[in-house]
Design a binder for this molecule. Structure first.
Ligand SMILES: O=c1[nH]c(=O)c2nc[nH]c2[nH]1
Length: 429
């Protein structure tokens, strides 16, 4: 049940709600399910037209495919159809909260915000910032980058009762000076805005950071020195983190954003998701378009489960090989420990769904507003037809977690019948 202000008044099975609130107007959507809207924590809006171009690793992929494309957003009008399509497709897949990177162009960023405002999606967006080691067409003056980002933040952060928000968006350390990163940290703090960037995605990227910031202990330390790490910081990828880096990130309460299909596609590696969760990190899930091939977050949930199963199976096989060696138990234990072979259980579909909903909401500090269907929260929800994921579209009686597993592994474009943000229908028939 939703009130006139778009907040959830009550959430319960259909029959129970009818009994508890007789006489209220009712829409019977059965056999569809009502679920919380999905939270995509990291995607690049301007890169949607460059998805699925295979072959390169991160740094050459950026130079060959991405930077030339992003330069096209110097024309602000380019952002309008791009943003319209991007948000429409996110909503069609059931993503009601979109956290996305734009380009370095202030006007194009403003246009993208306007599209988000108009289409009704909940969105946290940011103009990309980069002031060195990138193509001339995209390189910004440090002071101008800070001033333009602050202006966008002042215009858009908190707009429409908080439906829109601003994330300061330094692309990643290889293209940002320390002055830029320190400056944006102060601005983000001043405005209570988010910070989003990339961390530890690719081995060549990490080596470049080491060259550029020899005074820093490691990649994470670069961001720590700039004052960028805190509970409102979203860090894309986070695959190759040392124990020391993880301690710093945990202490800061920053979010590690898992982008499984992008990580696989541009050959960056597999994030040890179970381990990061077991260590107590905040973790969310993301499509990372255009590194990821699609805005279908269900596919990302499936990939998160599959990659975690793969890690588990590989480690189990390595343990078996270790057992076959002529080692005493003590030595075997030490080797297993050193190689990190004590596999944790794979991620389940229910856990992946949690990451894509309440986990994402917690990452944003919005868990009192979105992420689950509870009285008092905003009515951001989707109507999902599980029959669309059923091979026979039949009446098989499955447990709820089995139905969810099917929807995750067999997501189809028509599966989400409708999407609502604050009780307003923003997608659907
Ligand atoms: O997957 C990625 N996409 C990007 O656009 C990017 N920029 C820096 N690092 C990045 N990683």
């Amino acid at each position: 049940m939703v009130d006139g202000a778009g907040r959830i008044l009550a959430a319960a099975p259909f029959a129970a709600l009818q009994r508890l609130h007789p006489g209220e107007p009712v829409q019977d959507l059965r056999p569809a399910w009502i679920l919380p809207g999905l939270v995509d924590l990291h995607a690049h809006l301007p890169q949607y037209s460059a998805v699925a171009l295979d072959g390169l690793e991160l740094l050459p992929w950026l130079e060959n495919h991405i930077f030339p494309l992003e330069a096209g957003f110097a024309d602000p009008e380019a952002a309008v159809p791009a943003a319209r399509l991007f948000f429409a497709h996110q909503l069609a897949w059931g993503t009601t909260t979109s956290v996305a990177y734009l380009t370095v162009h202030q006007e194009a960023a403003d246009r993208a915000f306007r599209e988000a405002e108009a289409c009704g999606i909940r969105a946290i967006l940011g103009k990309v910032m980069m002031d060195r080691h990138c193509p001339d067409a995209l390189r910004e003056d440090t002071a101008a980058s800070l001033a333009q980002s602050a202006e966008l933040c002042e215009t858009w952060h908190g707009r429409d009762g908080g439906r829109l928000g601003y994330a300061f968006t330094p692309r990643f350390a290889p293209v940002c000076s320390m002055d830029l990163m320190a400056g944006l940290s102060r601005e983000a703090e001043k405005h209570g805005a988010w910070i989003q960037t990339h961390l530890s995605e690719n081995l060549d990227e990490i080596a470049r950071v080491r060259e550029l910031f020899p005074e820093a202990r490691d990649y994470t330390d670069v961001y720590a020195r700039a004052g960028m790490l805190g509970p409102r910081t979203l860090l894309g990828h986070c695959i190759h983190l040392s124990e020391g880096e993880r301690a710093v990130l945990r202490e800061a309460g920053a979010t590690l954003v898992h982008c499984p299909r992008s990580n696989a596609f541009i050959k960056s590696g597999i994030m040890p998701l179970r381990q990061w969760l077991a260590e107590g990190h905040r973790v969310g899930l993301a499509s990372d378009v255009g590194g990821g091939p699609s805005l279908d977050l269900w596919g990302e949930m499936a990939a998160a489960c599959d990659q975690s199963k793969q890690r588990w199976a590989e480690r189990r096989a390595q343990l078996r090989r270790l057992e076959a060696l002529d080692l005493d138990a003590d030595a075997r234990g030490r080797v297993a420990e050193a190689l990190g072979l004590h596999a944790h259980a794979p991620i389940t579909p229910v856990e992946a769904f949690h990451l894509a909903t309440l986990g994402g909401a917690r990452a944003l500090g919005l868990e009192r507003t979105i992420g689950s269907l509870e009285p008092g929260k905003d009515a951001d929800f989707i109507v999902l037809d599980p029959r669309a994921a059923d091979p026979l579209a039949d009446r098989a009686v499955l447990r709820p977690e089995e139905v969810l597993s099917r929807c995750i592994y067999r997501s189809t474009p028509g599966m989400v019948q409708a999407a609502y943000v604050r009780g307003r229908r923003v997608h659907g028939r």
